[in-house]
Write a protein that binds this ligand. Structure first.
Ligand code: MOS
Length: 773
């Protein structure tokens, strides 16, 4: 074990990606394929009185036009869990009726021989609307706010302990402020893209998705096709950030239109279209009240969040949830309110809840530090949560003190003059700020298959997917170590719903969920080979005991006498086997929702479960009682900014991050993940914002020229380190997820540094020069 895990290994698919050899969902060359283009509504609320498609239908190359008048009828989806398949807007199945709930809703699909022909014909569709009065402004509709019963997967969103209002009345130091964040759009490099292909009653879908298994279930239930007749493929994904976690209309529309015209259909959303057809992050208004003793010890925390949802589904941006566990406080009151608006439904976006939530909380903590004259790092140590106080659970592993300590050393925190506006470099104002990072450590049920071939290579299969973060690479490392093989001898196959079901790529859970399943399948395979060898009189291991034998150097050898043993290839050859396979399913889940339904007898899932009963790795993993534990990752960000006092521009000069995420599987991809989160944080702090037309509720920033994101010239000096202590409770591989924690806290750290530099506290993101001057 541990030959490759932890090392900064290059991506196994890196060469394919940079040479164009990695085929993304829109890039399959399918014979006889037509191109679909979506047509969007141009009103914000109302009904389609008449939709005239006759001119478009006669346009050159057009093969068909699909509207609510001629589209097939869809069934309501049976699941609302992302792992099982969640349609993004449950009450707006596409093209089922004449109603319009927001500007930019898909109202037709035009199919033509070429993309250009479809695009042209889509401009020839004439629509008469019956217009109704919309509501699209959060601030103007606050009176309509209501308290949702729960968040995604039934998560609690109204949470109390003690009496925060009473405690605030007697607190020596008080902070009461409102923090806001605007609407954000995910803007993954790869657009939402689908190719749908019917072969008789069987549907093959190439789809840019964070859940091949989920889309398979969803298409089966929405289209009324048996599950075994739907296959979903997503080999390479150009980022998702949550926008490809739920299924948006493009996927089912591709399947519907392919059925209608009897030919394969490719449907790719444009960058502009994705601003209204593929989710977004809700605007947030967050009121925070902190009460503390003079020494900074918290007695009360209140965090009231108001966010948007739509008229066609309910999604809560759970900004207050991290507040319930991040600091010790006897009194706490966290609430969430929703306002329904005529806009596309918000959905998870990188660190949903935690990203805007830790921004508000960690700026409020900085304000408390200044008001109580306690150093910001010290304030966090004074209020350190030794356990998860809301649930009275121990953390599976928490090394946050070390993160603060190491980060403070790296940025030389002790050398800063805490007085705001006191530090300069040339004409620039210098500021240092810090904040805590945290994200839940999720793990959910996953399964995998491992197949050894006669030439000695092993293939691993799992219906999870690599959204671009390095899953192929990290899983190759995990399997190679368990099998005692070099990485070149292991091929990991993901992104195909035909494989054993793996976790969806959401909630930063894939490594922690799929890693143990792949390890267990690999060890199950080794165990089968060992059993063959010890029972075989011709093997040098004949008569030995299984626990004395280990997988290493391409075969199995005695632990105490590593020269005694044999290669996998020799064993298969002697047994006359072309291949040998093992499958394993681990049902461990740290998530609130229970997503694992019992497998139907005789199904592939039932077979895997049966085999798992004799898999020692699975049995050991599953027997650990995880109920007493709370699973979270932690970290600390430290930032240095330079502010130009004449122009009000902010340059993030240095970002230090120290993360406690359990075992680091691959130092290079892990560092990439945290760096990516920090870059998102720079965007949130300084530039990102979707603007809407105040008269129509239509996004006016709808391309990357107007929706500003940090570019290479904006990059600071990054210094990223890991505590790298295995979390032995979450799984035998010790790794917690790392996808989203990097964006938590970072926006606050930048904001706090700007305050330190200038003495100005900007509570409405982004901090643009006009606000700072
Ligand atoms: Mo991620 S925003 O949990 O898909």
């Amino acid at each position: 074990m541990n030959e490759t895990v932890g090392k900064p290994i290059d991506r196994v698919d890196g060469r394919l990606k940079v040479t164009g050899g990695a085929t993304y969902s829109a890039e399959f060359d399918i014979k006889n394929m037509v191109h679909g283009v979506a047509v969007l509504s141009t009103i914000t609320k109302g009904r389609i009185k008449n939709i005239n498609t006759s001119i478009a239908e006669k346009s050159p190359g057009v093969v068909g036009v699909m509207t609510y008048k001629n589209s097939m009828q869809l069934h309501f989806p049976s699941s609302s869990d992302p792992g099982g398949g969640k349609f993004a807007e449950k009450d707006l199945l596409p093209l089922q009726n004449d109603r319009v709930f927001y500007d930019g809703q898909i109202i037709a699909v035009v199919m033509a021989e070429t993309f250009e022909q479809a695009e042209h014909a889509s401009t020839l569709i004439k629509v008469d609307y019956q217009i109704e009065d919309p509501n699209f402004d959060l601030e103007k509709n606050l009176a309509k706010a209501y308290k949702p019963a729960s968040g995604l997967g039934g998560a609690e969103v109204q949470i109390k302990r003690g009496n925060a209002d009473d405690a605030l009345k007697t607190a020596s130091v008080k902070i009461e402020q409102t923090y806001t964040t605007p609407v954000y759009h995910h803007n993954a490099m790869e657009p939402h893209a689908t190719i749908a292909l019917w072969q008789g009653e069987t549907l093959l879908i190439y789809d840019a998705t964070q859940s091949v298994a989920g889309v398979k279930s969803l298409m089966s239930s929405m289209l009324g096709v048996p599950k075994e007749k739907v296959r979903v493929v997503s080999y390479y994904i150009g980022g998702g950030f949550g926008s490809k976690g739920f299924s948006w209309p493009n996927t089912v529309l591709a399947a519907m239109s392919a059925k209608q015209v009897g030919r394969p259909v490719k449907l790719v959303l444009s960058r502009q279209q994705m601003f209204t057809t593929a989710g977004r992050r809700s605007q947030t208004i967050q009121k925070i009240a902190l009460g503390a003793a003079q020494n900074g010890k918290l007695s009360a925390i209140k965090h009231d969040t108001t966010v948007e949802s739509s008229f066609v589904d309910e999604f809560v941006e759970t900004a207050g949830v991290a507040t319930t566990m991040l600091y010790s406080s006897p009194n706490l009151d966290v609430s969430h309110s929703l306002v329904r608006l005529n806009k596309v439904t918000p959905c998870p976006m990188r660190a949903p809840g935690e990203a805007p939530g830790t921004y508000a909380l960690e700026v409020a903590m900085d304000e408390l530090a200044y008001q109580s004259k306690v150093d910001p790092v010290q304030l966090r140590l004074i209020n350190y949560a030794e356990e998860e106080e809301q649930k009275h659970k121990k953390f599976s592993s928490k090394n946050l003190r070390e993160c603060y300590q190491r980060g403070a050393d790296m940025i030389e925190w002790g050398k800063r003059n805490p007085q705001p506006g006191s530090m300069r470099e040339g004409k620039y104002l210098v500021g240092y700020g810090m904040a805590t990072a945290t994200y839940p450590a999720n793990r959910s049920a996953s399964s995998a298959k491992a197949v050894l071939f006669a030439d000695g290579h092993v293939e691993i299969m799992c219906a999870t997917q690599d959204i671009g973060t390095g899953t192929y690479t990290v899983m190759t490392q995990a399997a190679a170590d368990a099998l005692g093989l070099p990485m070149e001898k292991v091929i990991v196959k993901l992104g195909d719903s035909e494989y054993p079901k793996g976790a969806n790529s959401g909630g930063s859970q894939v490594t922690a969920s799929v890693g143990p399943a792949i390890r267990a399948a690999s060890l199950g395979l080794v165990s089968k080979i060992v059993k063959m060898a010890v029972a075989d009189a011709k093997s040098p291991l004949h008569g030995q005991k299984e626990p004395d034998i280990v997988a290493q150097n391409g075969g199995i050898y005695l632990r105490s006498k590593p020269e005694t043993g044999e290669q996998y290839t020799d064993i298969l050859k002697r047994q006359g086997l072309q291949d040998l396979q093992a499958q394993a399913a681990t049902k461990v889940s740290t998530r609130q929702q229970t997503e694992a339904n019992p497998a139907t007898a005789g199904s592939a899932e039932a077979e895997i479960e049966k085999e798992s009963k004799s898999n020692q790795a699975v049995q050991q993993d599953e027997k650990l009682d995880r109920k007493p534990f709370s699973f979270h990752s932690f970290g600390a960000h430290f930032v240095k900014v330079l502010v130009d006092p004449d122009l009000g521009t902010v340059r993030v000069e240095k970002v230090v991050g120290v993360m406690d995420i359990g075992t680091v599987m691959n130092l290079k991809t892990a560092t990439n993940q945290i760096m990516g989160g920090m870059i998102f944080g720079i965007g949130m702090a300084l530039m990102e914002e979707t603007h809407y037309d105040p008269n129509r509720g239509r996004p006016v920033t709808r391309d990357l020229a107007n929706y500003l994101v940090p570019v290479n010239a904006d990059m600071p000096d990054f210094q990223i380190e890991f505590i790298n202590k295995p979390d032995t409770i979450i799984s035998p591989i010790g790794a917690r997820g790392i996808g989203e924690i990097g964006i938590t806290g970072i926006t606050a750290a930048i904001n706090n540094a700007i305050y330190h530099a200038t003495g100005k506290r900007i509570r409405n993101l982004p901090v643009t020069p006009d606000k700072l001057l």
